[in-house]
Design a protein around this ligand. Structure first.
Ligand code: M6R
Length: 348
């Protein structure tokens, strides 16, 4: 099911995106939200959905300049959250039934927040209890590891960031047209990545027997690494951690030794040089490096690493949506090589 669901991503994305773009603008039918009434945004979710929240935080803050915080639902309940009626709470959940997320939503509402949920399962508890809901329309997800729901959650939060920024007058009509065109192009770009999956399978066959993997990246690539790492550990049982690359020198680098696999994420071009210097740093300690970058930076990256995967070029804010697809496939093929029960990982 996991591979089937990854292969369904282009169609799921079309359902999530295309009805919401009209004449170069984002349209959310029935959504009455006036963002000018809110001074902060809190995103509440668990697991992979919280990684969508991390990407959302970068993109919402960049486009709207509204302070945005991501809080794990299981922590939110116990942290005496600062919430009032000027807070917009965005709840993200594939199932719409995750208990911690549900409880956090109830608490946020009790404190006066306005709630908007991004949910896949139509009519689920979280969808019903939220003030507004944006469905992802990914279709049923059977595999425990989320894939197609994840990319559609990203698409919806990216559309939301554009919609809110336009409402605030922070995007010119040309910018909005450019961004919506890039969002509309995503399904075909995901198809392009899926068609080159043999290369990803090849790297999985090279690296499947590693005991320890680190995903490193900055900014949007850090959020992407969090998801790549979770996907890998969840289904292959390989110990894997994600780090913000700048944190390596504050302790983690002592774990890098000859043979450690580092998945270096260098899709975010404004920080590409920084990504390269981290690659050089871990290579000097003997790590094997598998890099992920964009087509425009392929040549530069290729000189320094042991393996390279690329994604098509796109707007910066959309990079994690394309970047996660090769990481999902990598996790899948590694788990397959290791003979794991991919759709039903142990203990989950
Ligand atoms: O249904 P939800 O999005 O609320 O589930 C949250 C997490 O349990 C979920 O994203 C989990 O981390 C994934 N299955 C991991 O692939």
């Amino acid at each position: 099911f996991m591979l089937k669901e990854i292969m369904e991503e282009p169609e799921a994305l079309r359902r999530a995106i295309l009805p919401r773009i009209k004449d170069g603008k984002v349209v959310f039918e029935g959504l009455q939200l006036d963002i000018r009434q809110y001074h902060s945004i809190k995103i509440i979710a668990c697991g992979s959905s919280s990684h969508v929240g991390m990407v959302g935080k970068y993109n919402l803050e960049k486009l709207t300049r509204i302070p945005t915080e991501v809080v794990l639902a299981s922590e939110f309940r116990y942290c005496d959250p600062i919430i009032d009626d000027k807070t917009l709470v965005i709840v993200i959940s594939q199932s719409g039934e995750t208990l911690d997320t549900m409880a956090a939503l109830r608490e946020a509402k009790a404190l006066g927040a306005r709630s908007l949920s991004i949910v896949n399962v139509v009519g689920s508890s979280i969808a019903r209890e939220s003030d507004d809901v944006l469905y992802t329309w990914a279709g049923p997800e059977i595999a425990v590891a989320t894939t197609k729901a994840f990319v559609t959650q990203l698409a919806v939060i990216d559309l939301l960031a554009v919609w809110l920024a336009a409402q605030l007058g922070r995007l010119s009509a040309d910018e909005e047209t450019r961004l919506t065109a890039a969002i509309a192009a995503l399904p075909a770009q995901v198809e392009q990545i899926l068609s080159s999956r043999e290369r990803i399978q090849y790297y999985a066959s090279q690296y499947f027997n590693h005991d320890s993997v680190f995903f490193i990246g900055r900014n949007l690539d850090y959020a992407l690494g969090m998801e790549g790492s979770l996907k890998l550990k969840e289904i292959s049982y390989i110990h894997s951690e994600a780090y913000a690359s700048g944190e390596l020198k504050h302790g983690t680098i002592s774990l890098i030794e000859p043979g450690t696999l580092v998945v270096a994420l260098g899709t975010y071009s404004p920080l590409f040089d920084k990504a390269m210097s981290n690659v050089i740093e871990v290579k000097a300690r003997g790590a094997s490096v598998l890099a992920l970058t964009t087509e425009q930076n392929r040549e530069e990256m290729e000189k320094r690493v042991d393996g390279i995967l690329t994604i098509p070029d796109t707007e910066l804010m959309l990079l994690p949506l394309l970047g996660v697809v090769p990481l999902q496939l990598f996790a899948y093929y590694v788990a397959l090589q290791r003979g794991c029960d991919i759709d039903k990982p142990r203990n989950l």
